[in-house]
Design a protein around this ligand. Sequence first.
Ligand SMILES: [Ca+2]
Length: 312
Amino acid sequence: MFIRFKYIACTIFFFICVVFLFAGGKNIGNIRSVAYAWNLGHVVLYLLAGFLLTGTIKQTNKIPFPKQVVLFSLVSVVSGLIIEIIQLHTGREFSLKDVLWDFFGMLTFLVFFSTSAQNIKKTYLRLFQLSVLIILSVIIIPLGILIIDEAAAKQQFPVLSDFETWFENKRWISTNKLEICDNPVVFDNKSLKVTLSPGRYSGLSLNHFPQKWTGYNFLKISIFNSYEKKIKIYCGIKDKIHDNSGYNYNDRYNGKFILNHGWNQIEIDLNKVLKAPLKRDMDLNKITSVFLFMAYLKKPMIIYIDDVKLTK
Ligand SMILES: [Ca+2]
């Protein structure tokens, strides 16, 4: 009776996971921890898939453990790949990471819950279990870091980024090298060193912060120009409407600033940001990104950023 209930519960959870992972989740927003936790559903899904496979096809319980590992791993990888390919046709992205997480989910089932696993030498089983636990910890630790950083960002607001915590550079996205450093700083003890690569556009973008900016008048960003000559830097600000309507140049704030040698404080009037889109007002309740870039760099250039904040 209990076993039947276990499989009914597994089946229900399995289909809930399928619906949430493949039908929902497209518009989670920019809460990184939620997006990350959502993807952890792949591990849970394939853990449940292991129960369902052994519960519905009884012969699979009798397969020796090594063969079971190969067979179940193949099932998870092949079905995971098929799911990702199907998702490509529904406007989602193909993710090898998701396939890997499907595999880890199945592996978790095998080493902790498969009856065949009980037939192998206990020492080996404990080693397998320890290895899977380490992998699961590696998967889960980033979620903890994201939750801590999101709580810190909330607490720091209206400061958006001052780099005083070591994981804060994860709020920024860039193909360039970003490092938190001790010198030069304009506020407290740390700033962000950005090594810009040569190219048509080289920059970085602050994507994770509390999005509601109403009630503030200015965005201020401190940037250190380590060169003797003046440099030109561009700054853009986007909202959710912009992101959902094709990233049109005239539908966001675009600013240009000249930086002298040393620390410069860029000051952007949020009233100008409000009126920046050509055919509408910027939604200051849902700002999604602040980006900085230099154009047509011929050689690598280093700048430092600190004390990115909103003020009244
Ligand atoms: Ca700082």
